[in-house]
Design a protein around this ligand. Sequence first.
Ligand code: 8X3
Length: 249
Amino acid sequence: MRGTVLVTGASAGFGMAIAEVLVQEGYQVVAAARRMNKLESLSSKHPEKIFPLEMDMTKSELFLRQLGSLPAKFQNIDVLVNNAGLALGVEPIPNIDLKDWDRMVQTNIIGLIHLTQLVISGMLKRKRGHIISLGSIAGTYPYRGGNVYGATKAFVKQFMLNLKTDLVGTALKVTNIEPGLCGGTEFSEVRLKDSAKGKEVYKGTIPLTAMDIAETVRWILSLPSHVNVNRIELMPVCQAPGGVAVVKT
Ligand code: 8X3
């Protein structure tokens, strides 16, 4: 067994693909998310290797108890994959819903930092561990309507770089993965609050897939113990980082 991985947001998309790829790779996985039915069907495929854990990223006050309730063989987390996160809304300011902003901050920032802090203490004691977060290109490149979503991902990027800096001199690794346009997940359907419009986003493109991200995680974890990937940015060939806005009057 290669080690124990805790993947948040494991009920779909990136999280589910990462859980499946890492099980193939010889890890055992704690698959965390709100939707237990999805986690249970994932874990039924690999009952010895995947433990479903009900976890809502907006309820960080429960994390300590939830981690403490894990079966003994899943207690020592070697790799934390902070995948849970969401975008809500695509409208530019001021056409936003403050509840959406709060939920993104609560999930993408507060939940992530609280869980990371809890898991790191065990990693430091065991002198072994890797924190991997799913950031986004939106944390680097602004775009209209990206407002708080992009800002949460900029936070994640800087938090991960600062975490690496605080942990230098230990054996722990820290990585931020920053994907661009990625299809076949619930991301755009959640963001647009509309399934058909969410699918429309990818028409005429060949986006990244959840499997591309899972393979990136597999590669990062395969590197020798002295190599740390601080940040890795991925876009599909059909996307580019350019696009500085100019409005002519
Ligand atoms: C979202 C990336 O390119 O879909 O994290 O806005 S993109």
